[in-house]
Design a protein around this ligand. Structure first.
Ligand code: PPS
Length: 568
């Protein structure tokens, strides 16, 4: 049932008195510590953003959502909102039992009565929901490599909202927004969903969309989780605030949405529509390639450019919100103004700067013209993205034991210190195992933990403008990718494959370990009795046979220069 805009939407919170009682009782319950994505989902479940859901999906709802975008009762719902947990945790749960859901500091946010527990077919979920079982899709990667293997489902009892310490005044629940629109007498509201900074073209198109729909405008950016590598939300919100001043007073407002996006293109657009309807909007702008995840592993787009608009249009009545087509706006130089691409006169000179080109200009400290963006926005972006030669970065060597990783890493360390400018830290395999991972062995689980720790430290160093040089074996491609994602949130990740063959490493056997491994005295030895995934697309691959260490380190340095990370 669609809830009219002027009435409040049902929330899952109990009263204040009950919440005090429940919080005490919940102390005795088994607890699940929510992941950042689950916290986002829970917040929107509790505050009605995901209405009509009353909790994490049951198995029956999950099956029909995955299969044909509907809950078991037939209501339109395109996205599986599931509580994924570890097998160990799921094994200890009896159906019908209440569990406490805690945030990352241990605060109890809600309880859930577990009615369902099942092991999902993740390949099917990927195929049906995201259109391909391809880990190049961020949500498919999440599904296979981050989400737990068992799902729990059941109704939620909300105790309190997750805490947010940033931009408090800009965060609104669906009912707060509904009340705001009611108070101001806004009856037609067009929502603009975004995960990117707004430039002049966006300002023009949103303003036009609102004018055409004779509606007020809600800039509704996602600040929960977006695509790995996106501009962080702190920077974006400062940019949005600057752009907000450019709209005619009292026509436009902005509110932050703590949504964890899945980048599911067409299904995501429908989901966004339902969420915006719940927030009291009547219209939504859907653009070209809405919530697109980028290219698949064959280098092609996951979805057609207008698939999202088509699916939205098909379900528009049921969503209860009207779609406003995104007009692709371009800058027409001769007229010194923005125009919809399909309205531009033949022969006119049209200017455009793509996202990739913008990043290049920021990286290289080049000019970003006034016609493209607002000076305040450019200033924020420049503060966040100083030229590459001033940013932190990570060099991540990977290769067999004895391949020469440590030796080359040490030579590189010295060369970078000689150049000066940024602090450099070497996280060599042996050093890390002594200082950070002394309790770990060489099982897959322990190796992954070891590499994730290295990745964590490297990402912190990168974030703070330093250079991290890592030199572990890091045999698993998925773990290396996870580290890449952690680091790339803050700076460049340069993967260097030290491609010495296993035969050569064994021939060198500098530490005598290969002999022990062959004799069976060391188990799980990489390359002998344990796997090594050869990097498919490293930034650099270095051969060490008959090549001097100094030359190998120099090759890395040249690569860093070529990437603009060190001054030539
Ligand atoms: S991993 O897989 O990335 O966690 O390994 P890493 O932390 O780099 O540690 C590798 C060093 O530990 C020694 N060693 C072994 N390596 C591989 N397999 C087994 N079973 C093993 N047991 C001990 C070995 O000296 C590695 O050092 P490097 O510097 O790579 O030669």
């Amino acid at each position: 049932m669609q809830i009219p805009n002027h009435v409040p939407i049902p929330e899952l919170y109990v009263s204040y008195e009950s919440s005090l009682k429940l919080r005490k009782e919940a102390g005795d319950l088994q607890s699940w510590d929510l992941s950042p994505r689950q916290i986002c989902d829970l917040e929107l479940l509790m505050n009605g953003g995901f209405n009509p859901l009353k909790g994490f999906l049951s198995e029956a709802d999950y099956d029909t959502v995955v299969e044909d975008m509907r809950l078991a009762d037939g209501a339109l719902w395109p996205m599986p909102i599931t509580l994924d947990v570890s097998e160990g945790f799921a094994d200890g749960i009896e159906l019908g039992q209440d569990i406490a859901l805690r945030d990352q500091e241990g605060v109890i946010l809600a309880t859930m009565t577990v009615t369902d527990r099942w092991t999902p077919d993740k390949a099917r979920e990927a195929q049906k929901v995201f259109g391909a079982d391809d880990s190049a899709h961020p949500a498919v990667n999440y599904l296979h490599n981050k989400a737990g293997s068992v799902y729990l489902g059941g109704p939620i009892t909300g105790i309190q909202q997750p805490n947010h310490y940033d931009f408090k005044m800009r965060r609104d629940t669906p009912n707060e927004l509904r009340a705001y629109f009611r108070k101001l007498g806004w009856r037609r509201i067009v929502a603009f969903q975004t995960r990117n900074p707004l430039h002049r073209a966006h300002q023009e198109l949103t303003f036009r969309a609102a004018k055409e729909a004779q509606a007020n405008l809600l800039i509704h950016p996602v600040v929960g989780m977006t695509k790995p590598g996106d501009v962080d939300h702190f920077t974006r919100v400062r940019c949005y605030e600057a752009v907000l001043d450019k709209y005619p007073a009292a026509t436009t407002t902005m509110s932050l949405l703590n949504l964890a996006m899945r980048m599911a293109g067409p299904r995501e657009a429908v989901w966004h529509g339902l969420i915006r309807r719940n927030h009291g909007c009547t219209h939504m702008i859907v653009g070209r390639d809405h919530a697109g995840p980028g290219k698949n592993s064959a280098g092609e787009d996951f979805y057609g450019a207008y698939d999202a608009q088509d699916l939205f249009r098909e379900h528009q009545d049921e969503i209860g919100i009207e779609m406003v087509d995104f007009k692709h706006m371009v800058y027409v130089q001769d007229r010194a103004e923005y125009q919809a691409a399909d309205e531009v006169a033949k022969g006119a000179t049209v200017l455009n700067i793509s996202g990739t080109e913008l990043r290049r200009r920021l990286r290289e400290g080049l000019e970003i013209p006034e016609w493209f963006s607002f000076p305040e926005v450019v200033e924020e972006l420049r503060r966040r993205y100083p030229p590459r030669a001033q940013q932190g970065f990570t060099v991540f060597f990977t290769g067999f034991s004895g391949s020469g990783k440590s030796t080359i890493a040490n030579a590189l360390l010295v060369k970078l210190m000689e150049m000066g400018g940024r602090p450099v830290t070497l996280l060599d395999g042996d050093i890390v195992r002594k200082n950070l991972s002394s309790e770990l062995g060489f099982s897959k689980e322990h190796r992954d933990l070891n590499i994730r720790r290295i990745g964590y430290v490297a990402s912190e160093i990168t974030k703070n403008g330093g250079i991290a040089i890592c030199a572990p074996i890091a045999p698993y491609a998925t773990t290396r990718r996870a580290v890449r994602e952690d680091v790339e949130a803050f700076g460049a990740f340069v993967e260097v494959h030290v491609a010495t063959s296993i035969e050569e490493c064994e021939r060198r056997d500098r530490k005598g370990l290969y002999a022990l491994a062959r004799a069976g005295k060391i188990k799980e030895f990489t390359g002998i009795s344990d796997p090594y995934d050869v990097p498919e697309n490293p930034e650099l691959s270095v051969e060490t046979e008959n090549v001097e260490v100094d030359h190998c380190a120099h090759q890395v340095l040249l690569k860093l220069e070529q990437m603009g990370l060190v001054a030539g």
